[in-house]
Design a protein around this ligand. Structure first.
Ligand SMILES: N[C@@H](CCC(=O)N[C@@H](CS)C(=O)NCC(=O)O)C(=O)O
Length: 222
């Protein structure tokens, strides 16, 4: 059975997990501590410490670069999900770069600012060190003081997606494509802490989110 190696609140893991759920495939989740990537390192023979990681029998799939979608593309090909149709080549690349930058940046900071509520105590030191090494000393407390600005930034980054949904059920099409799952993963991490709702000024996005939460891709099979 296909196995997803993840930690539960990760936005990028939520992308892969939601694709798997929508595919209706049977899959197994293995949670690892955010701060201990030993299993990932071992399975990738020292090539990656990132999650998500997918294991499918002898095959191990992980991102080969910063700007790849190897995991999603693998699941798409295996389950024939049509998430990367040729007519959206290039367009999706631009959109997911925006999602994983302009949307993700305020989103993860908002979520991380509540880290004490969900990072297990045993992982706290490694979590704080990891964040502070990248974003500077005191970054987590700083983000807690910046929540109003970060929420405004997040809402502004989502405005184009609200606009896309004016004329169709999903972001680029009448059916979900990769970027729908990518944005859904960011929203998952944003909602994870229970402190936020998707902004009320984005009603179409809220309806899209509810649709995607229970979507079955077999409905759209040709
Ligand atoms: N571009 C990758 C990004 C994956 C990623 O950044 N994963 C994070 C966890 S959410 C990670 O493992 N980062 C390395 C680290 O935490 O050491 C994707 O689309 O999956």
């Amino acid at each position: 059975m296909i196995e997803l190696i993840q930690f539960p609140w990760s936005n990028f893991c939520a992308v892969a997990r939601t694709i798997l759920q929508a595919s209706e495939a049977k899959f197994k989740i293995t949670n690892i501590p955010n701060g201990d990537r030993t299993l990932v390192w071992k399975l990738t023979r020292g090539q990656s410490y990132q999650v998500p990681l997918v294991r499918d029998g002898a095959k191990v799939v992980f991102e080969s670069g910063d700007d790849t979608q190897d995991v999603a593309r693998y699941l798409d090909a295996k389950f024939k999900l049509d998430l990367f149709p040729a007519h959206l080549d290039g367009v999706q690349d631009i959109v997911w770069r925006h999602i994983e930058d302009a949307v993700e940046t305020p989103e993860f900071k908002l979520s991380d600012s509540h880290w004490r509520e969900y990072v297990p105590k045993a992982d706290a030191l490694r979590f704080v060190r990891h964040k502070e090494r990248k974003f500077g000393r005191g970054c987590l407390d700083r983000w807690a003081t910046q929540r109003a600005e970060l929420l405004a930034e997040f809402t502004a980054a989502l405005a184009p997606y609200e606009a896309m949904l004016a004329t169709r059920a999903f972001l680029l099409d009448e059916r979900p494509r990769f970027v729908d799952f990518d944005l859904y993963g960011m929203c998952f991490n944003f909602l994870w802490t229970g402190h936020y709702d998707l902004p009320a000024e984005l009603p179409r996005l809220r309806a899209w989110h509810a649709r995607l939460a229970k979507v079955k891709l077999s409905r759209f099979a040709k």
